[in-house]
Design a protein around this ligand. Structure first.
Ligand SMILES: [Zn+2]
Length: 593
């Protein structure tokens, strides 16, 4: 290790350096813990020892090392570059650069040069916006409610209507090839396949700088001010360059990072304008996906700072598909996701301008958990509540549920869905639950088959010899008093019709041949009507199932109240659960005695 590296290592605090990449919590004297950035995990096993020790170790993937190992690995750079990064973070002046190979030296030189070019270009775009040519752009920005202070904060500028103004400005700083590599210019392919001379890429456009996590400008995105045929693409972006890889940057993360850490969640919007508008209104933990679907790298970057997001994408936009993909990826990575839908189909930018930031904060507070949001969508897509629609709704939800990495979360989601979709049938609930736990994509509801309880009740109801008898009366009463008990039989109308005494011959009320066969089987298999005791037993079993279903609902609601830390609701629900537990126990003890 060079003297310089040695001296950087002595001055750097590994805790501070690592903390600039991931969230750490104190875990004792000079010891800190966080989620490991090098392997996927939900509970922190990544340890950092400060003080005199200055090393990190992960109990999950056994990654370990000193401050340079960490930076080298997370930034994906070699040792000399890692030393430089750490030195910069700690404010230690850099000596003349030393590189391990000429290629490395050349690459570092190019990157440094490109950063300089971007910085100069950004300042120049800002000057153009303030100058006489920028009038139209200023008007546009004012129309979008941006103050001068906001424009300055985000370094928004203007690329004038010229093919060579920026090129002339920068040509003294770098040779043609470097300028070409910067992505700030375009060129046309020549007849012989080579590239022609370069010209300004961002013309007659409002220019927004894109910054890396350390706040350095590495690319631009530019919105046209032309209308009609001449407009071209609404947005033109920098191409990929040695500085900028599209799927690896989250817009505004440099500014949003402290607030994301402090508030422990990130607000995710689609467009840069949404992001800027919301940030300037005072909600500072906002970042933008820039209209495209999230990449794994972006999710990994975000995961270093938080594992909770509120998503506020445009309603029914062309990007709905991208939004869905982003949410799917975040779910797979174990993020807790809430979803905001804004009134009036407004995007965040317009909502904040038209309704004010307080209304927007209110909408954020009312954000729904992803599960609730999806269940609500399932209900809207498949209304009506008959068994077929319910099955469709379940099959809409299952692909979403299966993405959740944790079995417990899937189980919870399935229980919520069963309750909110009104799936009363224990059989269907269990189907859904198993499908969720085993990460299946759909449930197959088997053709109706009769349970023992149903057989007994059918026989009691259908046997004309026992009219007025106690057993038949009991079965009919159960069916008419508690229709909800028989939801599992909803596909079996004979039960209901019989209970209403509207038909004498059960075979008459069944059209479906498969059900006719089942019914005939039930009635013919046992010639005699069931004894009173059998009917009593069947009704009681039904009651028990109903209580068990209600207990399951209560458990879901209790877990929900715990999450919301709603103590009032929690006490009431727990009380109800105790009473039902007691009722069930009494019922079961009567049976055994
Ligand atoms: Zn690890």
């Amino acid at each position: 290790m060079s003297d310089f590296a040695q001296s950087v290592k002595q001055q750097a605090d590994i805790v501070k350096v690592i903390e600039s990449y991931i969230r750490l919590r104190s875990a004792g004297a000079q010891r800190f813990k966080g989620l490991c950035p090098f392997h996927k995990e939900k509970t922190p096993s990544f340890n950092v020892n400060g003080g005199s020790q200055q090393f990190y170790y992960c109990f999950g993937c056994h990654e370990s090392g000193d401050v340079f190992t960490f930076v080298g690995k997370i930034e994906n750079v070699g040792f000399p570059e890692a030393v430089r990064v750490v030195a910069q973070k700690c404010g230690i002046p850099l000596p003349k650069r030393e590189f391990s190979s000429p290629e490395e030296a050349a690459e570092a030189r190019l990157r440094g040069k490109l950063l300089d070019l971007h910085e100069t270009a950004a300042t120049w775009f800002e000057e153009q916006l303030r100058g006489p040519e920028g009038a139209l752009a200023r008007e546009y920005l004012a129309g979008r409610g941006l103050s001068e202070e906001g424009i300055k904060k985000f370094g928004i500028g203007y690329g004038p209507d010229s093919y060579n103004a920026l090129r002339d400005k920068l040509s003294g700083m770098a040779d043609q090839e470097t300028l070409r590599a910067s992505g700030l210019f375009s060129s046309k392919e020549q007849g012989d396949g080579s590239q022609g001379p370069i010209y300004d890429r961002f013309r007659k456009r409002v220019v927004f700088p894109i910054r890396n996590e350390s706040g350095r400008v590495i690319a631009f995105t530019a919105r046209t001010l032309e209308t009609g045929d001449k407009a071209g693409a609404k947005y033109v972006n920098s191409p990929e360059t040695p500085l900028y890889t599209k799927g690896q940057v989250l817009f505004n993360l440099d500014k949003a990072k402290p607030a994301i850490r402090a508030l422990e969640f990130a607000l995710l919007v689609e467009g840069q304008m949404d992001c800027i508008s919301v940030f300037l209104a005072g909600i500072q933990n906002v970042i933008a996906t820039s209209g495209t679907a999230f990449t794994e790298q972006q999710v990994a970057i975000l995961k270093r700072h938080t594992s909770q997001v509120i998503v506020n994408f445009d309603p029914d936009s062309a990007g709905a598909n991208a939004a869905e993909k982003s949410i799917a990826l975040l779910t797979e990575e174990g993020f807790a996701i809430k979803i905001v839908t804004l009134d009036g189909g407004l995007d965040p930018d317009r909502f904040v301008r038209e309704r004010g930031v307080e209304a927007y904060k209110e909408a954020l507070r009312a954000a729904r958990r992803q599960a609730d949001y999806l269940i609500e969508r399932a209900r809207q897509l498949f209304p009506g509540g008959n068994p077929e629609q319910k099955q469709k709704a379940m099959n809409f939800l299952l692909p979403h549920i299966r993405r959740m990495p944790e079995a417990l979360a899937r189980d919870q989601f399935a229980a919520d869905a069963a309750q909110k979709l009104g799936i009363g049938s224990a059989v269907l609930r269990e189907e859904l639950r198993q499908a969720a736990l085993r990460r299946r994509d759909r449930v197959e509801v088997k053709p109706a088959s009769l349970t023992e309880v149903e057989r007994v009740l059918l026989r009691a109801l259908a046997n004309p010899d026992v009219e007025g008898a106690y057993g038949q009366h009991l079965a009919a009463k159960a069916l008419t008093d508690h229709p909800a008990w028989f939801e599992s039989l909803a596909s079996f109308p004979a039960m209901q019709v019989l209970a209403m005494r509207e038909a004498r011959d059960p075979m008459e009320v069944v059209d479906d041949p498969a059900q006719k066969a089942l019914l005939a089987q039930a009635l013919l298999a046992e010639g005699r009507p069931p004894e009173d005791k059998e009917v009593e037993g069947a009704v009681q079993e039904l009651q028990e199932r109903v209580i068990e279903a209600r207990l399951r609902d209560l458990r879901t609601q209790i877990a929900d109240a715990e999450r919301r830390t709603d103590d009032g609701a929690l006490a009431a629900l727990t009380q109800q659960k105790l009473e039902l537990d007691r009722e069930l126990r009494q019922m079961q003890s009567r049976k055994t005695h």
